[in-house]
Design a protein around this ligand. Structure first.
Ligand code: RB5
Length: 149
């Protein structure tokens, strides 16, 4: 069975999400790409799409790519969900580090900020890079305790 891979954005990154979807479908054929919307450029709330993706990632222990115009709001919203490690990245180096050190399970991108060419480089390195484990395990495990009252 192929891995479900989740994709979501608001209107501000609808175009970038559409380009990424085509890129994933042609270059990562082993994945089943699940597009959770938005499905048009009609104005909407990025938090709803971040929440939908975060719930899918958390319940399937899967992975995804999440976008909004800047990537900022979507990453803040997605990171409210325990077990979701959404990394807002602007460069391939950051995407790589987010896998190596943070075991990011959601790559977050700014549709209005990052050129598609750079997004493709980031996506490729993000998929290729394994979590380093070791000293990083305790660090990322401690996230779930943060903010608990
Ligand atoms: C939408 O206009 C914009 O605010 C949103 O895409 C995002 O950049 C929020 O962080």
């Amino acid at each position: 069975m192929s891995e479900k891979f989740f994709l979501a954005s608001d209107h501000g990154a609808f175009e970038a999400k559409s380009q990424i979807k085509v890129y994933l479908e042609s270059n990562y054929r082993e994945l089943e790409i699940v597009d959770l919307g938005a499905y048009s450029e009609e104005s909407c709330n990025y938090a709803e799409f971040a929440m939908t993706l975060a719930i899918e990632v958390r319940s399937s222990k899967g992975r995804g790519i999440l976008l909004c115009g800047s990537g900022i709001g979507a990453s803040i919203a997605a990171n409210r969900f325990k077990g979701v490690r959404a990394a807002l990245c602007r460069t391939a180096e950051e995407a790589e580090l987010s896998r190596l050190h943070n075991d990011s399970n959601v790559l977050t991108l700014g549709g209005r900020i990052t050129p598609f060419k750079v997004m493709k480089e980031m996506i490729d390195i993000w998929f290729k890079t394994e979590f380093e484990g070791g000293r990083h395990i305790d660090r990322i495990s401690s996230f779930d305790e943060l903010g608990a009252e």
